[in-house]
Design a protein around this ligand. Structure first.
Ligand code: UT7
Length: 330
C-alpha cells in the first residue's frame, strides 16, 4: 500500500477501561488509625478516599479487569493485540512480569508483553514506548496498562506517606492508523520523557530483591518532591507544546498525574491552563502511581467530558525522578 506524501502512522486511542478495588478507605477511617485528620488530608492533598485491594487481589488481577474493559470498549479480544505493556512498581512477583500474566489471562497468544517501571510516570513512559512500536510499523495494536497495589508498599505508621496512596488499574488500547502528519491527526502527537537519578533519596522504597530481599516501604521527603514536581511538570509540558506548535489555549483537557490537588493546581496555573480544563480525580482514589493518569482519563471519558477530536495533555512525575508528558488528540 502506498501512502500519500507526508502521511505518518499515529497511535490512536480506541479503547479505555478501568478498575478500582471495592474496599474504600476514607479519611475518617485513617483518623481512627493515625494521628491525622480529614481536614489536614483534604487541605494539603485534596484526597478524600482511596481504594484498597482485597487480600486475594494481585496487581495482575486489577490489570486484567482494566484490560478486559478496555478491549470491550475497542470491540477487540486479546488475540487482536500484539503489544502489551504494563506500567507497575508493585508486581505480583519479582518475575515473571505482570504483563505476561495479563497476556495469558486475556488470551493474547502472540506478540510481546513486558513490564515497565517508572513509578508514577509509568503510564506516560509505557504510552511513549508503545507509540514508538506502533509508529515504526512493527506492531499494530497495543494494550497499555497502569496497575498498582501501592497499599502493600506503605508503612501504615508513617502518616506522611500512607494517607496519600491507593490501589487501582486502567488500560488503553491503541491502534496504528495513518495520519496526515499534522496536529489535526487523531492519536499521540508528541511525547517527552525525562529522568534524573540524582533525586533517589527524595522518593524511594527501602527494599528490593538485591538489597534487602524484602519488598520494602515507601520513603519520601514530601515537601522536596512537591517543590520539584511543579517545575519538572511544567518544563516537560512546555516541551510538548513547543514540539507541536500548540499552546494552553488549544487544549481541551489537561489530565495530570493525580498525586496532590495542590500540585495539579499550581502546575495548571503556571502553564496558563484554565481550571475548567483540568481533570482532577485525586479526591476519589488518591495517588495510584502508574494507574493515576489513565484512571483520570477513563473517568473524564466515561462522564462525557473527553470527546473524539479533543486535544488532551497528559503528564506525570515520580520516583527516580522520572517525568514526562504526551499530547494526544482523541
Ligand atoms: O507522585 C509523586 C509522589 N509524591 C508526591 O507527589 C507528593 C508530593 N508532596 C506532597 O504532596 C506534600 O508535600 C505532602 C502532602 C506529602 C505534605 O504536605 P506539606 O504541605 O508539604 O506538609 P509537610 O510535609 O511540610 O508537613 C507539614 C506538617 C508537619 O508537621 P510540623 O512539622 O509542621 O509540626 C507534618 O508532621 O504536617 C504534618 N503531617 C501531618 N499532619 C497530619 C504530615 N503528614 C500528616 C498527616 N496528618 N497525614
Amino acid at each position: 500500500m502506498t501512502r500519500p506524501q507526508n502521511a505518518v502512522l499515529r497511535s490512536v486511542v480506541i479503547g479505555l477501561g478501568s478498575y478500582l478495588p471495592k474496599r474504600i478507605l476514607s479519611n475518617a477511617d485513617l483518623e481512627k488509625m493515625l494521628d491525622t485528620s480529614d481536614a489536614w488530608i483534604t487541605q494539603r492533598t485534596g484526597i478524600k478516599l482511596r481504594h484498597i485491594a482485597a487480600d486475594d487481589e494481585r496487581t495482575s488481577t486489577l490489570a486484567t479487569h482494566a484490560a478486559r474493559a478496555a478491549l470491550a470498549e475497542a470491540g477487540l479480544e486479546g488475540k487482536d493485540i500484539d503489544l502489551l505493556i504494563v506500567a507497575t512498581t508493585t508486581p505480583d512477583y519479582t518475575f515473571p512480569s505482570v504483563a505476561t500474566q495479563v497476556q495469558a489471562a486475556i488470551g493474547m497468544t502472540g506478540g510481546v508483553a513486558f513490564d515497565l517501571q517508572a513509578v508514577c510516570s509509568g503510564f506516560i513512559f509505557a504510552l511513549t514506548t508503545a507509540d514508538k512500536f506502533l509508529t515504526a510499523g512493527s506492531h499494530k495494536r497495543a494494550l497499555v496498562i497502569g496497575a498498582e497495589i501501592f497499599s502493600r508498599l506503605l508503612d501504615w505508621k508513617d502518616r506522611g506517606t500512607c494517607v496519600l496512596f491507593g490501589d487501582g488499574a486502567a488500560a488503553m488500547v491503541l491502534e496504528a492508523q495513518p495520519g496526515g502528519g499534522t496536529t489535526a491527526d487523531r492519536g499521540v502527537l508528541t511525547a517527552h520523557l525525562r529522568s534524573d537519578g540524582r533525586h533517589f533519596s527524595k522518593l524511594y522504597v527501602d527494599g528490593g530483591p538485591s538489597s534487602t530481599q524484602t519488598a520494602g516501604h515507601i520513603r519520601m521527603e514530601g515537601r522536596e518532591v512537591f517543590k520539584l514536581a511543579v517545575t519538572m511538570i511544567t518544563d516537560v509540558v512546555e516541551a510538548a507544546f513547543a514540539a507541536t506548535g500548540t499552546t494552553a489555549e488549544d487544549l481541551d483537557w489537561f489530565v495530570p498525574h493525580q498525586a496532590n490537588a495542590r500540585i495539579i493546581d499550581a502546575s495548571a496555573e503556571k502553564l496558563n491552563i484554565a481550571p475548567q480544563k483540568v481533570v482532577k480525580t485525586v479526591a476519589f482514589h488518591g495517588n495510584t502511581s502508574a494507574a493515576s493518569v489513565p484512571l483520570a482519563l477513563a473517568a473524564a471519558r466515561a462522564d462525557g467530558r473527553i470527546k473524539p477530536g479533543d486535544l488532551v495533555m497528559l503528564e506525570a512525575m515520580g520516583g527516580g525522578f522520572t517525568w514526562g508528558a504526551a499530547l494526544v488528540r482523541w
